[in-house]
Structures are given as C-alpha cells and as structure tokens.
Design a protein around this ligand. Structure first.
Ligand code: NAD
Length: 262
C-alpha cells in the first residue's frame, strides 16, 4: 500500500511550478489530489482539477463542500498559490497592488487554513498519528528583508506566523492537525516568466542562481519532496515549524550572495 493511499489532498496553485510538482508527488504517494487553481492544469496532470480563487471566501466554501461531498474527507492542504505582484517598494507600491497581493498570498492562506480545519475535523476514521497536515508555502522573503517587492515580503511574513498560530491552536484543541511553513529560495518556475522574457531563461537562471551559495536555483520537485514529507505522517511530531530550502541563501554571507560569483 502506498504511503498516502486513502488520503485526500488539496493543492492550491496546483497547475504550475511548485504546485504542479507537489500534485505529482502526492499522487505518486497514493493520495487523491485536487489541484485548485485559477488556471487549468495540464491535461496529463494527475488528480482532479477544480477552478478556484484562493482570494475568495465563496470559492473556498464551494471547494470544501465539493471535496467533502465527493471524497468525504480532507487530510492534506497545501496552500501554495501565490503571486509576486511585480516589483514595488514602499514608495512605488499602489494600494491596489498591495491589496491584491495580500488577498492572494496572505488572506488566501488564512481562508485555506480556516476552511481546511473544518473539513479535517470531520475526517475520519482518525489516522494513527495525525488527522491532517497543512503546509503553507511562504518564502525566504519572510525571513530576510528586501526593499521590494514590499507587499510580497509582508504577505509571506504574515504566512510564517499565521502557520505557527494555526499549529498551536490545533494542538491545544487536540485536533491532530499539524501546520508548518516552507520557505523556498529561487525556484525555476513560471513565476519568473517576466524575467525569462526580458533576459532569456538560461541567462536569467544563471543570474539568480549565482546569488544562492549552492550556485543554482531549485527545481520545483526539490520543494515538492519537502512538502510531501510534511504532508505525511513521517513528520508526525513536526508542527509550527518553518522549513527553509534556499541553497544557503539565508545562512549568512558567502562570496556568491555578496558578489554573485565564487
Ligand atoms: N519560484 C520561486 O522562486 C519561489 C520562491 C519563494 C516562494 N515561492 C512561492 O511558491 C508558491 C508557488 O510559486 P511558483 O513559483 O510555483 O509559481 P507559479 O507562478 O509557477 O505558480 C503559481 C500558481 O498559483 C496560481 N494562482 C495565482 N493566483 C491564484 C489565485 N488567486 N487562486 C488560485 N490559484 C492562483 C497560478 O495560476 C499558478 O498556477 C507561491 O506561493 C510563491 O510565492 C516561489
């Protein structure tokens, strides 16, 4: 029997990048996966696609109702959908830009946690270790400052502490639901399409990779493996914790992140 067989997972932003890799890995581990995204998933992608806007409470209610009706349970939620909102400092970010990024990257995760807990509480029979696992995809932008994008840094920082608040509440209530955050450095995904269009994929990846001490960007699967572990009972004693996968970016100063070279 596969590790996650019989379990039901929702992955937001499951149509692209880290989300798509996570959908594939969770499905490979035996879970029934719902890929929830504003854009359609690839035809050959595993799991079931549901059109979903994480910024809308109505959409979350409909998604949870659909999953509970069709699958009868929810074991795993990966709050992965996110946007950068483009570059913007405190001076250049407009209120509209700010609100859009907070709505998707911060409020979307709040809504996801809120409605997933409701679904997970109804899930039974209880598994040996935990009833549910919530994995929130934040960023290194939640750990170290940057002049921009301001709204993105603020939203990802909010997700980091929201995850701990959710973890502590669920532990205190003895729900058996865990919640952790993941903090990627640069991952080669379509989120960088504007940069790839401006300078070419190879050159852009080399430029961003050079800022990571390890010397390269991550592949989406590198993050998917970490998310899979956090989703599974192999991490059953882990909650309220933050997991950095950034090629050493936030470890301290290195020649690479100082000068972009060795
Ligand atoms: N790629 C990186 O370097 C990197 C680094 C740190 C954190 N992250 C975070 O990882 C997550 C995934 O990013 P990615 O790099 O795979 O990006 P991506 O652009 O490849 O995928 C993001 C997905 O989210 C979906 N999405 C956007 N708005 C949505 C909404 N309102 N409702 C539902 N779905 C929505 C998009 O349609 C897309 O499929 C994001 O939260 C991002 O902030 C990425």
């Amino acid at each position: 029997m596969s590790e996650l067989s019989g379990q039901v997972a929702i992955v937001t932003g499951g149509a692209s990048g880290i989300g798509a890799a996570t959908v594939a890995l969770l499905a490979q581990a035996g879970a029934s996966v719902v890929s929830a995204d504003i854009q359609p998933a690839a035809r050959e992608a595993p799991g079931r696609f549901v059109k979903h806007d994480v910024a809308s409470e109505v959409s979350w209610k409909a998604l949870l109702a659909d999953v509970m009706q069709r699958d009868g349970r929810l074991d795993i939620l990966v709050n992965n959908a996110g946007i950068t909102g483009g570059w913007g400092t405190i001076e250049s970010t407009t209120v509209e830009q700010w609100r859009r990024v907070e709505a998707v990257d911060s409020e979307g995760v709040f809504l996801g946690c809120k409605y997933a807990i409701e679904g997970m509480k109804k899930t039974g029979p209880q598994k040996p270790a935990s009833r549910g696992s919530i994995v929130n995809v934040s960023s290194v932008a939640a750990l170290i400052g940057s002049a921009g994008p301001t709204a993105y840094c603020a939203a990802k920082g909010a997700v980091r502490l929201l995850s701990k608040s959710v973890a502590l509440h669920c532990a205190e209530q003895k729900y058996g639901i865990r919640c952790n955050s993941v903090h990627p450095g640069g991952v080669d995904t379509p989120i960088f399409d504007p940069l790839w269009q401006a300078m070419g994929h190879e050159q852009g990846r080399a430029m961003l990779g050079a800022h990571h001490p390890i010397g390269d960007m991550a592949e989406p699967e590198d993050l998917g493996e970490l998310i899979l572990w956090l989703a599974s009972d192999r991490s059953r004693f882990v909650t309220g914790a933050e997991f950095v996968a950034d090629g050493g970016l936030t470890s301290g100063l290195s020649r690479r992140n100082l000068f972009g070279t060795r």
